[in-house]
Design a protein around this ligand. Sequence first.
Ligand code: CA
Ligand code: CA
Length: 620
Amino acid sequence: MRGSRQMLLNLFCILWLPLLLMAASPSPLASGNYPSAPSLFSGMYKGHTCVGCVLVVSVVEQLAQWHNSTVKAALERLCNYIPEDLQGFCYLLAELYGPHLAELIDREMNADVVCHSLKLCKQDTGQPLCHLYPPPKVGLSTAIRKAKRIMKTSKDLKSIMGFSNLCAFPLLDKLCEKIKYVIRNKLPFEDFDGDKFSTFPTLRGYHWRGRDCNDKNSTVYPGRRPDNWDVKSDSNCNGIWGVDPKDGIPYEEKFCKGADSRGVVLLGDSAGAHFHIPPEWMTVTQMSVKAFANLPMAFTDELDWPQFSEITGFLNSTIGGWTDSLYLRLRRRNRCNHRDLQNISQNAGGWLRTLRTSHLAVTEDSGRWLPWSQSCVPHPSDTLSGGSSANFLDLIKSLSRNQLLDNPAIVVYATIGNDVCNGERDTLAHMTTPKQMLSNVMQALQFLNSHLPKGSHVILTGLVDGRFLWDNLHDRYHPLGQLNKDVTYSQLYSFLNCLQVSPCSGWLTSNETLRNLTSERALQLSNVLKEIARSEKFSNFDIFYMDFPLRQTAAEWRQMGGEPWQLIEPVDGFHPSQIAAALGTNITWQKALHEWPQVLGKENPFNNQIEAIFKDQGGH
Ligand SMILES: [Ca+2]
Ligand SMILES: [Ca+2]
């Protein structure tokens, strides 16, 4: 395992660091002896490579500025911050390629100019030059021409193959396959008994679904009804088992029989998975070893933090705010529900792909490494807009619920934006229509009806009104722009739109008409959900609708003395933040408590006794 862990870390290195390298190396494309594969790298990948390049070059530039150091020293500093396992590699890169990056930056080329001159940002025919920063005084295209001349005179770099070589290790190839599997199927990587529950936290492990308490037995997993009242062992992983010596009654029978036990399942998008890129990773004034300590974990969780999320969170937040969740409240209400959670969410994140696919440009420049790239090219569904109603039909298949053996579940169906969010230039034409929505949701509900135990519940959540994003962020500074007051969210949004990698070009735009039209469609789609909840009946669950509680969340946060922008993720300027997630839980809970209490089940009168006897078994 140790060996494969090391490989895994190397892999992250490949995902995160190659841009340092690429940004520093003159493009060997011209002298390439190998055929390149333009089809693999067109469009989206190109856009993400550009974003990744601008991001990393910006960080290096700002580190040099903040510490008043050379670019070479800034690169070394960055390497020092990165977890120890990755450092040797990072130093090697800094040593090899630092001087070339330095050459451009020292001539005051900004990140846009550097990335364009390295051909990592490319201009599409008939389209403008995409840029994040205000253009240099001489104009962007003049600055790029000048930078390209410098690159030509700069000493040719050997090749980047020593670096790419890591990818060619057979073991790494296999690992790559497995990561691809995890990302595609939303199932745990470490799951020896194949019951879809894991004892490993990341790679869709117990951060996403309750921890397995026996990974050698597929009949033991969270959420099942206890086998023979768990007299001998814990079959449902809630920590409760054995027989009370005083009266010979099994504890499960005594405390959990008729207790209305139920699990919680989220069918969600990147908001439900709780996508988050720590701003400390790109804010040079806050950068430290500590800030990067969570990097390997974050990558193996696809940059999602489901363990702190609104529906299935269960660990104390380490990313600001606090954790509250439907799961935690259900567990508090009935301790028998311990560990019965599943977060089945799909990341929308262009941001993730920016980091995940940044190695592709390496392969682009050296067609030789194509085998790697082919095995790691994201599945076509990854390039769609994450967890939308259409993608849910695929996603839902990773649900684990046995209709005969398991407890009922509360399924929260929450595609809060992806049906109207895409990065296309004609974004309106790519939005889900009300008719498609109806068909997608009905198919998903029919699937659920054939898989959920009787007595389950489904909550449909309406789409968000994303005008909130522009209204509260457009003139504020992005973390990359805080040092020099030169990048606002408005600029970030235009940059992403220009590259066609915006997570939502309908809302993240200065075009007010477009923002309104996007909200209008979102409202139409919410109405479809509302109507389904009103009129459709299913044999195994009842069904409810609630609006996405953004307005109430903002009102509550204001009352607590907060500002609306704090409810939005700072790096992507799009997702709900940790604070928004935690506040949202309470609103959902209160609504259920007052309008549909049957969803939550009874309060278990034995909670204190269970805690007293099984307090050591309560870990997650
Ligand atoms: Ca098991
Ligand atoms: Ca049990």
